[in-house]
Design a binder for this molecule. Structure first.
Ligand code: IMP
Ligand code: MG
Length: 190
């Protein structure tokens, strides 16, 4: 365990089964994706859309790893259903401020799980006429996919376990962990 992890409050650390990705590993992932996006969108009009709240930490790091001009916006949706599973029914809580015509849209997500949430968001945003639309997800759980959604940029594939930290939460907790860890099943009542 790193010094940082040791300093974290025991009330968070006691719920972590295992550190899956360290701060250093996460920064390596962000730099790699940032460089790739900077190359791919050099002649485009990049608008990064962060899906709140899970992707804010990733978004904040990723936008600073991008070396070309870009704009950002935020969208908040709620998937009905609580706890660790998504229902697929999505409600827009906060919509984008920027009209999408002419933009090359890059949706920034924390984790692609069943894909139900992103599939719904994609349909809505496509109908607003952006020039192009792609997905950048920090994590991917491919074996759990239900909707046909593919990400152009994937930070890392993760096992089918519930992970928290670096923006990802369980019941709004653990988002401030600087690393990503597997949550102990007993911490979410399974
Ligand atoms: P999907 O609609 O099933 O793809 O759900 C995606 C959303 O569920 C993500 O944006 C997360 O908010 C949440 N989610 C899925 N798996 C995890 C996890 O392991 N930890 C934390 N949140 C998760
Ligand atoms: Mg989310």
């Amino acid at each position: 365990m790193t010094e940082m992890a040791q300093n974290l409050e025991n009330s968070m650390m006691q719920d972590i089964q295992e550190v899956l990705l360290s701060e250093e590993t996460l920064q390596g992932i962000v730099q790699r994706i940032g460089a790739q996006i900077s190359e791919d969108y050099r002649d485009k009009k990049l608008l990064m859309v962060s899906i709140l709240k899970g992707s804010v930490v990733f978004m904040a790091d990723l936008m600073r790893a991008i070396t070309i001009p870009c704009r950002i916006d935020f969208m908040s949706v709620s998937s009905y259903g609580s706890g660790t599973k998504t229902s697929g029914v999505v409600k827009i809580i906060k919509d984008l401020d920027i009209p999408l015509e002419g933009y090359d849209l890059l949706i920034v997500e924390d984790i692609l799980d069943s894909g139900m949430t992103l599939s719904y968001i994609l349909d809505i945003l496509k109908s607003r006429g952006p020039r192009s639309i792609q997905i950048c997800t920090l994590f991917d759980k491919p074996e759990r996919r239900k909707a046909d959604v593919k990400a152009a940029y994937v930070g890392a594939q993760v096992p089918d376990a519930f992970i928290v930290g670096y923006g990802l939460d369980y019941d709004e907790k653990y988002r401030n962990l600087p690393f990503v860890g597997i949550l102990k099943p007993e911490a979410y009542g399974e």
